[in-house]
Design a protein around this ligand. Structure first.
Ligand SMILES: [Zn+2]
Ligand SMILES: [Zn+2]
Length: 454
């Protein structure tokens, strides 16, 4: 009996037609839609899915979410997720497929839109991987689930698909995969086990004072001064309470107080965005935030306690060492020295909501998309931070040569998981406890609150 062919060998031999990919990518790139409003994008994806009559397609899951399932005999079930929402950013690139699109946001304002995070790339690559998997299905067996997910940037798309019954329309996966394009040498594929993306906690805080005439500060409890001292004191959490060498970000991204120069207002609002890899440290910092905010209010003589509104909560992306072990050798074979280690990334992702809903292991990897010459020039000049547009920057533009790379990575990743053994549901239930993450209840409460606010 001959050994089964490796994922890299299977993908190398494919004759799948991928000639449509670049046009599709350019179309999606030129027509970005905001989180939750991806109607035309979803329609176009559904249209593209007609290329694949072998896959069972379910549209409109949790809004514009789509699932496609290919059953191909006995074996594991592997889920691969691509997101497809854009951002309210005005594109500054000069390619002929740059977005000139705009859309009404939730507040009814017309805003320019851009695929500044590469979700158009993710979607095109997954469709390409579906073509390869369909073409090579005599070489593998099992089930593949392709998930096209809306509203990632709002952190609610995956949650909505799950709560809208995703589990009822797809077979239960054994393992979940996703990839993300990033600033980095074009075509490099980055993987790592363990925490690779941060958890995100967003808090809006209202500080109450007592309003007065601006000329009579003695009659007020001034919330502007209270907000100022609170913002400064919050800076001491990371500098004085977090162990040196541990990752934590506590950013006060918004301060709002007062509308007139002669009125001391009666309240102030601050909004915080906090990022962590370690869940214990997240809890410690959230406690410290509450302690400092309350104590500053007491110090100011405020009569009313501050209000805390948790408006966003995502767990960290904590890659499974087992999935990493299954994928990395396949990537090394497929990409040679372009398969390399991933550095943890301080951004956050809602992808882990999907594997968590099924209680299964997962891996998210990244693919570099910056033209190599541009990257190397910036490295030589010591100007990586300045010259290379990152995700969400108006100049973020994946090199077109990276579409086939991400397509191949998706196909190789799925095949590597199809060729591996995964513990059954019963075995998992009896196994080690899942790593500490925000509880489902915590996330549900926040997600419900956020989805109402859109
Ligand atoms: Zn993004
Ligand atoms: Zn993204």
């Amino acid at each position: 009996m001959t050994a089964p062919r490796t994922p890299a060998a299977i993908v190398a031999d494919t004759t799948a037609d991928l000639s449509w990919q670049e046009d599709l990518y350019k179309y999606l790139h030129a027509h970005p839609e905001l989180s939750g409003a991806e109607e035309q994008t979803a329609e176009r994806i559904e249209q593209e899915l007609q290329r694949f009559p072998e896959w069972e397609v379910t549209p409109k899951i949790g809004g514009h979410g789509i699932a496609a399932v290919l059953r191909n005999g006995e074996g594991p079930t592997v889920l691969f997720r691509a997101d497809f929402d854009g951002l309210p950013v005005a594109e500054s690139t000069d390619v002929d497929y740059a977005s000139k699109h705009s859309q009404l946001n939730a507040q009814g304002e017309r805003v320019p839109t851009m695929h500044a995070c590469g979700h158009d790339h993710h979607t095109t690559s997954l469709l390409g991987a579906m073509a390869i998997l369909t073409d090579t299905r005599e070489h593998w067996s099992g089930t593949v689930v392709a998930i096209f997910q809306p509203a990632e940037e709002a952190s609610i798309g995956a949650h909505r698909m799950v709560t809208d019954g995703l589990g009822k329309v797809i077979p239960r996966p054994d393992v979940c995969l996703a990839q993300h394009v990033v600033a980095g040498p074009a075509g490099r594929v980055f993987t790592a086990p363990g925490p690779v993306m941060t958890s995100s906690t967003t808090i809006e805080i209202t500080l109450y004072g007592r309003g007065a005439h601006a000329s009579m500060p003695d009659r007020s409890v001034d919330p502007v001064v209270l907000a100022a001292s609170t913002v400064m004191r919050l800076q001491t959490i990371v500098s004085r309470e977090v162990p040196p060498g541990k990752f934590a970000v506590v950013t006060v991204a918004s301060v709002e107080a007062g509308k007139a120069n002669n009125v001391i207002p009666d309240s102030a609002k601050i909004a915080l965005s906090c990022r962590f890899y370690d869940e214990e440290l997240r809890k410690k910092c959230v406690d410290a935030i509450k302690r400092i905010v309350r104590a500053e209010a007491v110090a100011a003589g405020a009569e009313r306690e501050p209000d805390f509104k948790f408006v966003g909560l995502l767990g960290a992306t904590d890659n499974s060492p087992q999935v990493f072990g299954a994928l990395r050798p396949a990537f090394d074979e497929a990409f040679g020295e372009d398969s390399t280690d991933m550095e943890p990334w301080s951004a956050s992702e809602d992808f882990p909501v999907l594997p968590k809903a099924f209680g299964v292991p997962y891996l998210l990897w990244t693919v570099g998309i910056t033209p190599r010459k541009q990257w190397e020039r910036a490295v030589r000049a010591g100007r990586l931070d300045i010259d290379i547009p990152t995700n969400h920057n108006p100049g973020f533009l994946p090199d077109l040569s990276t579409l086939p790379v991400a397509t191949k990575a998706a196909a190789v990743g799925v095949l590597a998981c199809l060729q591996s053994q995964w513990p059954s549901e019963e075995e998992r239930a009896g196994g080690a406890a899942a790593p500490s993450t925000p509880t489902d209840r915590e996330i549900d409460e926040v997600a419900v609150e956020t989805s109402g606010a859109e």
